[in-house]
Structures are given as structure tokens and as C-alpha cells.
Design a protein around this ligand. Structure first.
Ligand code: FAD
Length: 386
């Protein structure tokens, strides 16, 4: 009999899971609380560990049409824009790892993923009850749905996580990001290349890269704040606050920040790795089980890897709890390590000028710049290694 799966959450993790499970012969439905899929969000980086999975699912040609393949990854200094390191990306990364490094708009990616999927929008899950076999979903309005497998891909404040593992609030990291998209013609005078650029300075950093086939520049400016009471992907930020925060930076950064008229303000939350994230026929995926700071550009990539591994485990073993145990075993240590890398960058990117910053810049210049774990991150066989 065909296995029936319910995926809670129609973000990148949930939608890639639905595609992968369908290709594994599972009958999948996606329940998304928003009234439409995927219009919110800005840039997402897709490293080769993610694009390899998307390629295997047959999605890469469509994604390439809306993506930008950056030529290189640059770290730059905050006050004079000096290049600290350059890592070749276009061509070089695909030659080494068999898949490209791409930048996409989250909305463009979600539109491609959702195209052929039965996503039910306006469907907010309010409870999940694991049973002896399968599990039951309760949706707002009182409807109940049975499934052989429930996947909680419902983000950092996951309801499914709370239902199966108990309540535990995510932790505010002290970092707040202002982000936005600038039409490319508004920054044409700056001569920005199609690179992935991170500019690091004391207590803040700025990331920019083009998305939507080069039509938009994605900008994320991170500062430190002592407190925050809510988390939302759609809160408005004050452009004057960002301009003030970067007022003594390199003129290129100031010009980029000046062009950000309506930045969104996004507080960054985090959680510690958890030992287990499945119960009976219910499991978690992506930010629901291993949210991470965006400083390794791996949040979406790890969710995409989860999806592929989960589908492979279910293809190999029709016993759902056993397949989920194998999925967790394959994913736990790897995602915890990526969480730690991302958290480490929070301190590393924001060092004040001085000996520690000079040592960091020397180490960056001497290495490939991105991370010493690159071969492990981009090149591992995710279906066998942890
Ligand atoms: P998410 O992307 O958080 O998706 C979770 C989905 O579950 C959402 O669609 C949410 O509406 C849905 N959901 C939550 N609770 C319920 C419920 N109870 N019932 C049904 N559905 C539910 N990352 C970036 O790097 N840049 C960005 O610009 C960016 N923008 C984002 C905008 C939005 C609106 C969101 C939700 C996330 C954004 N992210 C962004 C985060 C990035 O997409 C994720 O970190 C990464 O892709 C992992 O995704 P995920 O699928 O695990 O979770």
C-alpha cells in the first residue's frame, strides 16, 4: 500500500521534502499556514551540497534560469573595502564538487518547488499526535488528517516540535539583520560584480549578492542589539537606523545602505542541537530541528540535504520509525557541526580592530577564505556519512 505523508510547512525544507518523497513513491500532502506560498523573503545562497540534491531531483535547470552564479566569494574589510580573501566560485566550485554555487531569491525558488505540488495554503497545524501507527494532524478550524508519516518542516518556532518534544523557546542571539532587495539599476554606478561579498567590521557586518537573474541586489546588514521581544520575517526596519549603524564604513557600503529604502528587520534566533527529533511516525526537518545563524549560508542547504536523506531512508525501509531513526542518525552530527560553524562566525565576523581581528584576517588570507571545513561541507556523501 502507498505510504501517506503529511508535511507541515511549505518553506524550502517542506517543499523539497515533498518533491523527494513523491519521487520515492510516497503520497504527500503539504499543509502551509500562510495564505500563499513563498512571496516573503529575499536572497538564499545555495552551495554545492544543496544544488547537488536539487540536480538529482531534476530541479536545477529551472533554478538556474532565475539564479545568479557568483564568480567569487570575497571577504572585505569594513572601513576601506580592502579585499581580505577571494575564493573562486563559478566554474571552480562546480569542477571540484560536481555542482554549482548559486544565489536565488527565496520566492523564485519556492515558486519552482511549489509548481507541481499539492500544497494546501491557509492550513495551520495546531497539534500533532503520534499514534501506535502513523499520526494525526489537527488543523485550525478543527479538521483532522491521518498520515503514516508526519514531517514537521515548520521553521524555527515549530509547532510540530513543541507537540512531540515539548515547549522550549528559541534564544535571541543579540544579532539583528536589516535586509532588502535593491533593483540592480539603482546601484549600477557602484560597479558591483556578481560576487558573494561579506564585509566585516567591529560589531557588525554586511553581506551582498545579486539574485533573480541579476535584476536585484540582496543586502543583509547585521548589527548587535541587547534585547528583542519578537521574531518575524516581515517586520519593517527604519532605514535611518541602518544608515547610522554604517555611517563610518567604506563609501560603497554607505551607498548600498542608502539605496535600501524599506529594509525588513529580522532578529536572529538560535537553538542548541537536540539529541533526538523523531517520535513514532513524526519527525522534524530543517529549521524545526536544527535552526542556525545565517553566517554559514547553510540554513536552506541543510534543510535540502535533510529532505534527500529522509526520502532515501523511507525508500529503503517501509518501517517508518526505523527509517526515521536512520534519518536522524545520518543527520544529527552533521547538522550540529554546521550549527556550530555558523555560531562561530557570529563572533569571528564582528571582531573589533586589534590583534584578534588581525589574526583572523591573516588566517582568512592564508586559507580558502570560506571555511576550513569546505571539503567536508560541500563534498561529503550525505547518504552514508554523518
Ligand atoms: P522555513 O523557511 O521557516 O519554513 C517554514 C514554513 O512553515 C513557513 O512557510 C511557515 O509559514 C510554515 N509554518 C510554520 N508553522 C506552521 C504551522 N503551524 N502550520 C503550517 N505551516 C506552518 N533565509 C534567508 O537566508 N534569507 C531570507 O530572505 C529568508 N527569508 C525568509 C522568509 C520567510 C517568510 C521564512 C519563513 C523564512 C525565510 N528564510 C530566509 C529562512 C530560510 O528559508 C530557512 O532558514 C531555511 O530555508 C530552512 O527552511 P525551513 O523550510 O526549515 O523553514
Amino acid at each position: 500500500m502507498t505510504m501517506k505523508a503529511a508535511v507541515v510547512g511549505g518553506g524550502i525544507g517542506g517543499l523539497v521534502t515533498a518533491v523527494a518523497l513523491r519521487q520515492a513513491g510516497v503520497d504527500v500532502r503539504v499543509f502551509e499556514q500562510a495564505s500563499a506560498v513563498g512571496t516573503a523573503g529575499a536572497g538564499i545562497q545555495l552551495a554545492p551540497n544543496a544544488t547537488r540534491v536539487l540536480d538529482a531531483l531534476g530541479l536545477l535547470p529551472a533554478i538556474r534560469r532565475v539564479a545568479v552564479e557568483p564568480t567569487e566569494f570575497d571577504f572585505r574589510r569594513w572601513d576601506d573595502g580592502r579585499v581580505l580573501s577571494t575564493t573562486p566560485l563559478a566554474g571552480a566550485i562546480a569542477d571540484t564538487y560536481g555542482a554549482p554555487y548559486l544565489h536565488v531569491h527565496r520566492g523564485d525558488l519556492i515558486a519552482i518547488l511549489a509548481e507541481a505540488l499539492p500544497v494546501e495554503v491557509g492550513a495551520r497545524c495546531v497539534d500533532v499526535v503520534p499514534g501506535d501507527r502513523g499520526a494525526e494532524l489537527l488543523l485550525a478550524g478543527g479538521r483532522r488528517e491521518q498520515a503514516d508519516l508526519v514531517v514537521g518542516a515548520d521553521g524555527i518556532h515549530s509547532l510540530v516540535r513543541r507537540s512531540v518534544l515539548g515547549a522550549e523557546d528559541a534564544r535571541f542571539t543579540g544579532h539583528v539583520a536589516f535586509r532588502g532587495l535593491i533593483p540592480a539599476e539603482r546601484v549600477a554606478g557602484l560597479g558591483l560584480a556578481h560576487t558573494a561579498t561579506v564585509r566585516m567590521g567591529p560589531g557588525r557586518h554586511c553581506v551582498h549578492y545579486f539574485v533573480s537573474a541579476g535584476r536585484l541586489l540582496n543586502v543583509v546588514c547585521v548589527i548587535e542589539e541587547t534585547s528583542w521581544t519578537r521574531e518575524s520575517w516581515t517586520d519593517r526596519g527604519d532605514p535611518a537606523e541602518v544608515r547610522a549603524a554604517f555611517a563610518d564604513w567604506d563609501p560603497v557600503v554607505r551607498a548600498i545602505v542608502d539605496a535600501l529604502d524599506a529594509p525588513l528587520k529580522w532578529a536572529l534566533f538560535d537553538r542548541e542541537p537536540i539529541p533526538r527529533w523523531s517520535k513514532g511516525a513524526v519527525t522534524l526537518l530543517g529549521d524545526a530541528c536544527h535552526p542556525m545563524l545565517p553566517y554559514g549560508a547553510q540554513g536552506a542547504a541543510q534543510a535540502i540535504e535533510d529532505a534527500a536523506v529522509l526520502a532515501a531512508c523511507l525508500r529503503d525501509d517501509a518501517d517508518v520509525p526505523a527509517a526515521l531513526a536512520r534519518y536522524e542518525a545520518l543527520r544529527h552530527d552533521r547538522t550540529a557541526r554546521v550549527q556550530a560553524i555558523s555560531r562561530g562566525n557570529a563572533t569571528r565576523f564582528h571582531l573589533p580592530d586589534g590583534p584578534a581581528q588581525q589574526a583572523r584576517d591573516a588566517a582568512i588570507a592564508a586559507s580558502n577564505g570560506l571555511t576550513p571545513d569546505l571539503d567536508w561541507l560541500y563534498g561529503s556523501d550525505i547518504f552514508t556519512a554523518a
